[in-house]
Design a protein around this ligand. Structure first.
Ligand code: NAD
Ligand code: G3P
Length: 375
């Protein structure tokens, strides 16, 4: 494996000052190792092996757990080169090294890929404060947001503020199991100001079967990835009620419209064009037809809302996590706080169904309401 760096750092919060020299190679760490985290590591590892500007090795932080066999997940990944629990049957690349020690996994890395379920990012960031290189660049593949008393905060902003580093995002129509099998997909990198950094992320993720497009609209890209999970839950209810494709298409259209209005409510800078990128309409389509949120919401509706999402998630996903129910609650809190629930009937109804205040069939009653926003 290529440990042929011209500079090698041993202290954890390195400032990178020695790295502005010819021959510097970037080091990549992936923080998270669920199904998408493992695929992200595979994509990145393919490129670090082939691009001379990167160290070959990609560290992947694993939230450690013990498998039924008694073996640690990290040991199993390093022994088999597969994430036997979250992405079985897929070789990650021999240059992917699983590490259960978060500090060690990020040490020396100047490119950090964050890809955990969003409910865990708070603790992860807190434990990383002071541990990452001050010149590191981050990218978030996390679909979700942080909602605090003071308001909603994008995950990329949260990472940026906690760790004092810039954070871009990568979102898109990306069902992990399909990309793992190298079926063609697209994704969108959202960046703030620095096009050069965006190009580096594009280069790191692009493969012959994964086409990545940069868009200067970090908020629009990230919020699309976040909000589509709420629409996915609504689509699952429609499936569970056997309402058919026309109803589902209507729900998708209403959902996209509320996504756009919610984005613009939070950030007036969000661009309409962003909704036509992979992170927008394409992700809504794939997630509403093949995503976990939709599948579990379908089961919820088929059970008449009598089995909780937590119970169905544990049974159907075996350790994988849903984002849509939590995000639905977070969106609801933002809207309630601003007195705008009436303007977002789909989002509001999704949360009220998930929390047991309304039956799943209420999603159809919603669809009979008039258009709220001017089209
Ligand atoms: N799976 C997909 O198809 C897909 C595609 C695009 C984006 N995403 C997004 O990527 C993010 C990561 O999802 P995923 O699919 O890789 O994960 P996952 O749902 O497949 O797996 C859950 C992960 O959470 C970890 N975990 C459990 N408890 C934890 C804790 N207390 N602290 C930290 N980690 C813990 C598990 O070890 C596992 O790695 C999510 O925001 C998701 O929306 C997923
Ligand atoms: O399986 P889901 O519902 O978490 O969706 C996965 C991806 O976000 C689809 O792009």
């Amino acid at each position: 494996m290529g440990e042929n760096a011209t500079t090698h750092h041993t202290n954890s919060a390195n400032n990178g000052a020695n790295d502005n020299q010819i021959g510097f190679k970037s080091r990549v760490s992936v923080i998270g190792s669920g199904s998408w985290g493992s695929v992200a590591a595979k994509l990145v590892a393919f490129n670090t092996l082939n691009l001379s500007s990167f160290h070959d090795e990609v560290k992947m932080w694993v939230f450690e757990e013990t498998l039924q066999s008694g073996e640690k997940l990290t040991d199993a990944i390093n022994r088999t080169n597969e994430n036997v629990k979250y992405l079985p049957g897929i070789k990650l690349g021999k240059n992917v090294i699983a590490d259960p020690d978060l500090d060690n996994a990020v040490k020396d890395a100047n490119m950090l890929v964050f890809v955990t379920p969003h409910q865990f990012i708070d603790n992860i960031c807190k434990s990383l404060v002071g541990k990452v290189r001050s010149d590191a660049e981050a990218i978030s593949l996390i679909k979700g947001m942080e909602v605090k008393i003071e308001g909603a905060c994008l995950i990329s902003t949260y990472i940026s503020e906690q760790l004092g580093i810039n954070c871009s995002v990568l979102m898109g129509a990306n069902l992990a199991n399909e990309i793992a099998e190298e079926k063609f997909s697209e994704a969108t990198v959202g960046y703030r100001n620095n096009r050069e950094i965006a190009e580096q992320w594009v280069q790191l993720f692009t493969t012959p079967y994964f086409m990545v497009t940069p868009v200067q609209d970090v908020e629009g890209v990230e919020l699309c990835g976040t909000l589509k999970n709420v629409v996915a839950i609504a689509a699952g209810f429609v499936d569970g009620l056997d309402m058919g494709n026309n109803t589902k298409a209507a729900i998708i259209r209403f959902g996209l419209r509320e996504m756009r209005e919610f984005c613009k409510l939070l950030f007036s800078s969000v661009k309409d064009d962003t909704f036509f990128e992979s992170c927008g309409v394409a992700d809504v389509i794939t997630t509403c037809f093949g995503g976990r949120n939709t599948k579990v919401a379908e089961a919820f509706a088929r059970n008449g809302g009598k089995r909780s999402f937590d119970e169905l998630e544990a049974e159907m996903l075996q350790g994988q996590k849903l984002q849509g129910v939590t995000t639905g609650r977070e969106v609801y809190e933002v809207l309630r706080h601003r007195g705008l629930l009436e303007l977002f009937p789909l989002f509001a109804t999704v949360h009220e169904i998930c929390s047991g205040c309304l039956p799943p069939s209420a999603i159809v009653i919603y669809s009979e309401k008039k258009n709220i926003f001017p089209v």
